[in-house]
Design a protein around this ligand. Structure first.
Ligand code: CP
Length: 326
């Protein structure tokens, strides 16, 4: 039997995506009621968190979700593990397989790292962010956040703004939100937008194992002009400028970037009063968003973090084929 893996959003069947969002709704109510009461949904399981790239939100929410549901969680990072000594992902996977973890959650700088690891690991593998490739759990938690506000529906208008070239968040969100009929416009400087996206081509070929519906390649809309579309949006998703993934020369200056694409007081005035402001985090304050954004009632950045905890709890139960007992 094939283990339940989440390697890319395109490979996740639509029925599973919808069930995960439903279960995330149960989890968020449970967490808000004081989920510290603990559940035994994942009792007797072990979850390995393998983070070879830095993370706060993703790693901690997976670990907390696992613990709240009764799974034993163990962390390894590249620092302090044999990855730092040069052990390959394949050998790491085979070594961990011998320890029989029920599930592995992994983040790595290579875009194909989760697929590669899963070829050598016999159990469920969850991609917690792979280089410039995909960040499927971020897309699911963003979809869940939109759903909490009635915006995961055909015709809802969302802009994804910023450093599109280096963004795994943009790639996974585009693929997932299109399935729900959300109208996404990409907004970013030409030199931080893949050329195929600028001319409206699709995302590229679906991942191996993609479901038929997931494999549809949505037409892309792109504009470099944020101000021209701000007033019509239901939600704006700001992307983190990925300085660490740039070779150099892609960005003029941070001041120039924030003038053209940063959310500031003037742009807050152009957004509808019921629009949402999202950001996956961590935010480069003063670049993608000015201080006014964080006190604006339309800002749901911290709610996205709560959504992430709930969604990852639902996802662990899905991967381990366990029912939630609350
Ligand atoms: N959004 C996100 O992946 O944040 P972390 O890098 O803190 O996990």
């Amino acid at each position: 039997m094939h283990p339940r893996c989440l390697l890319s959003i395109t490979a996740l069947p639509q029925a599973d995506a919808e069930q995960l969002l439903l279960n995330a709704g149960r989890c968020v109510s449970w967490i808000q009621r004081g989920g510290q009461l603990k559940s035994s949904s994942l009792r007797g399981t072990s979850t390995l968190l393998l983070f070879a790239e830095n993370s706060t939100r993703t790693r901690v929410s997976f670990e907390l979700a696992g613990k709240l549901l009764g799974s034993d969680t163990i962390n390894i990072s590249s620092k302090g593990s044999s990855i730092e000594k040069g052990e390959s992902l394949r050998d790491t996977a085979m070594t961990l397989a011998a320890m029989h973890f029920s599930c592995v959650v992994m983040r790595h700088e290579a875009a194909d790292s989760a697929e590669h690891f899963a070829r050598w690991y016999p159990g469920p593998v969850l991609n917690a962010g792979a280089g410039r490739g995909e960040h499927p759990t971020q897309a699911l938690l963003d979809a869940f956040t939109l759903q909490r506000h009635g915006l995961l529906r055909p015709g809802a208008k969302l802009a994804i703004v910023g450093d599109l070239t280096h963004s795994r968040v943009a790639r996974s969100n585009l693929a997932l939100l299109a399935r729900f009929g959300v109208e996404v416009t990409l907004v970013g400087p030409p030199n931080l937008t893949p050329s195929a996206w600028r001319v409206g081509a699709g995302l590229g070929p679906p991942a191996p194992g993609a479901s038929e519906k997931a494999g549809q390649d949505p037409p892309l809309r792109w504009t470099p002009d944020l101000d021209s579309i701000l007033p019509e949006l239901d939600a704006v998703m700001l992307l983190r400028v990925q300085h660490e993934r740039m070779a150099g020369g892609e960005m003029s200056t941070q001041d120039e970037y924030s003038k053209l694409y940063g959310m500031n007081r003037r742009r807050l005035g152009m957004l509808r009063s019921d629009a949402l402001i999202m950001h996956p985090g961590p935010v480069n304050r003063g670049v993608e968003a000015g201080e006014d954004v964080f006190s604006d009632p339309r800002c749901v950045i911290n709610e996205q973090v709560e959504s992430g905890l709930a969604l990852r709890a639902a996802l662990l139960a899905w991967a381990l084929e366990r029912e939630l007992d609350f």
